[in-house]
Design a binder for this molecule. Sequence first.
Ligand code: HAM
Length: 425
Amino acid sequence: MKYSAPKGTRDVLPGETEKWRYIEERIHRICELYGYKEIRTPLFEQTELFVRGIGEVTDIVEKEMYTFLDKGSRSMTLRPEGTAPVARAFVEHKLFGEAQPVKLYYVGPMFRYERPQAGRFRQFSQFGVEAFGSKDPALDAEVIGLAYDFFDSLGLGQSQARVNTIGCPECRPRYRDHIKRVLSEKLGELCPDCRSRYGRNPMRILDCKNESCRAIVNDVGSIEPFLCEECSAHFALLKEYLDALSVPYTIDPRIVRGFDYYTRTVFEFTAGGIGAQDAIGGGGRYDGLIESCGGPPTPGVGFAAGIDRLLLAMEANGAAPNLNIRLGCFIVALGQESKVQSAKLVASLRRRGVSADMDYMERSMRAQMKHASRCGARFVAIIGQDELAAGVVQLRDMDRGEQWPVPLSEAVDRISECLMSASRK
Ligand code: HAM
């Protein structure tokens, strides 16, 4: 029996994991700069949290959740996103009692039962931030600015936010009615998905990717004339703050997002060259979510980016990092006695903080040298019979092709010095 990773999932092998770590380091760095603290929530939650949080009439809840009964017959769901779990944790740990806003971030796998294709996986990783406790549009601008600075730090600064507002429960129904009025005569021309959205969630018709639906939707127009005074003022200030922060953006009335928790600000970032699944991040404000999770009325705003897609986008846009991680020193040894010395030297180098390795395959001297250069060793220390007898090692600079003897007793000091001066150059 041969096994393979489940459909829509994959292994990240050495060579790739370094790139993931590179992105993760950027994530921790940007969050530190912006004052966001890391939170880790479980990979699964009670199903009810997502049904109520994300909304019953959403693609995720209707079709994409990995839901199962545990052995106690409780319905559990692998988290399809991070906002609802973080909101649950905010309420559970009474973080509303702390100084507001509470600014949190997370990195980790999410699960959606979607049809796998380029850039779309059933297990994928997200980096997300959530800021709770403030209605201030300056905070919406901060989140969009954080997202932009993060993408820019990965060489994806050409990806700009497309921003919109979807109003609040007070003014949104007016726009919804307007959409239905405008589209009522063209219902037959919409795709089957949009026909079903018409009755249940007409705003989602606006972001349908289908060409014929897109053309019809052009007649709908923006939500702006339908906004209540507060939502309108919030949106105007958001734009002012984005300008003040020099965050590039465009206004796009088609951005409506696929979760019911959003209120007012919504936004998305896309990247070129990665095919149909080109959204690298998205988010918005969700002023009713904490209440629907059983907490006190608390506004919130956040965003999440897909790390898998970021890697594809970096590759496609020539922004892939050149991560040439090298071994500090490989010890080449021949014969049992030399091998013991070699093991001793490797251990001492590692304790000194120098990455070091040796042969475990009984290779010939020549093959060990070849292996050392395959490992990207910066230096090689050779301990043959003659060196052993003379109490020295031959230290070889692999980049310059120079070689010289060093007393075995000083080898650790000398190798670390050489590496330090090599790294300064
Ligand atoms: P989302 O737009 O569903 O938002 O996901 C955010 C990002 O996750 C997407 O832009 C995309 O890059 C990535 N992503 C989503 N699904 C997949 C998939 N199947 N395969 C690969 N990547 C994927 C949210 O999840 C919201 N919780 C964001 C948010 C945070 N809103 C407020 N706070």
